[in-house]
Design a protein around this ligand. Sequence first.
Ligand SMILES: O=P(O)(O)OC[C@H]1O[C@](O)(COP(=O)(O)O)[C@@H](O)[C@@H]1O
Ligand SMILES: [Mg+2]
Ligand SMILES: [Mg+2]
Length: 340
Amino acid sequence: MQDGRTTLTQFIIEEQRHVAGATGDFTGLLNDVATACKVISNAVSKGALIGVLGSAGEENVQGEVQKKLDIISNDVMIKSNEWAGHLAGMASEEMEDIYPIAGTNVRGKYLLVFDPLDGSSNIDVNITVGTIFSILRSPNPGVDATLEDFLQPGSQQVCAGFALYGPSTLLIITTGHGVNGFTLDREVGEFILTHPDMRIPEDTQEFAINASNERFWEWPVKRYVDECMAGKIGPRGKDFNMRWIASMVAEAYRILTRGGVFMYPKDTKDPSKPGRLRLLYEANPVGFIIEQAGGKCTTGLQRMLDVQPTSLHQRVPLIFGSKNEVERIERYHTELRSAA
Ligand SMILES: O=P(O)(O)OC[C@H]1O[C@](O)(COP(=O)(O)O)[C@@H](O)[C@@H]1O
Ligand SMILES: [Mg+2]
Ligand SMILES: [Mg+2]
């Protein structure tokens, strides 16, 4: 910008200059995603003034009650991204099946997968929520995507990001060259680079978990949390602090900013579910960002980005954050497995 600040568009164009064979498609796609996030941010911040709070009275494919803003955000993501010819298909938490690029629109070379509004149980209580997205290459560019095209491990992501609708609206992205954060300047209408090259501290004294599930946890997680709770007089020899916002994007941002660990592990609450959070549009994009910022993301037993997806809405155990703590939790999992 003329005032010396760097906009998201400038940043991406500059990054893409070094990519051999870049056509401008990716820059266009990311611009459309950013535009959608601005529109969603506007709706979230107006809230009750425009009647968008509360439940829509329907359930999504996961059997969860949809909020009005879940549906609005989903529509905004689709409308912003379907027209320009960058995509071969989309998939979303709020849609049972993949969304082909319909009608006469040109099919492009990318796939877009998203959670249009994460943490949406927090909307009505005015706590930070966000939009998570993941961009993959279509194995069949130029034609409508199939379900199989989306079932790529997270290591194949071209880009991942999330927008955060809190006191400020932020956009955090990675294209595999570190993590950069942008803040929406509402007067100018642009995302401005404010958090270049974000790095997660390797150690932490803060963890986040829904402690009401304690009785369902497996032993490695119970051991880890017990040791944190024992503080200075326990085996860790230091006190820990606990947080639970119930909005993963907000927790991911806190961890990017000052370190920490987030856990939604496998538990025995509902044995039919291997975890609470979803692989393709929650765990993978967050995992890519966390790794690019020097942290780690795992199921407990496997690097998240190596998990081979088998279905669109697949759930996984999710543990991410400061490297040394996540490695410790992984160690507790493998120790248990080798003792079995
Ligand atoms: O209600 P719980 O069990 O604490 O779960 C909270 C988790 O569920 C989520 O809200 C799930 O995401 P959605 O709101 O997109 O369904 C996460 O953001 C959050 O970490
Ligand atoms: Mg979510
Ligand atoms: Mg959601």
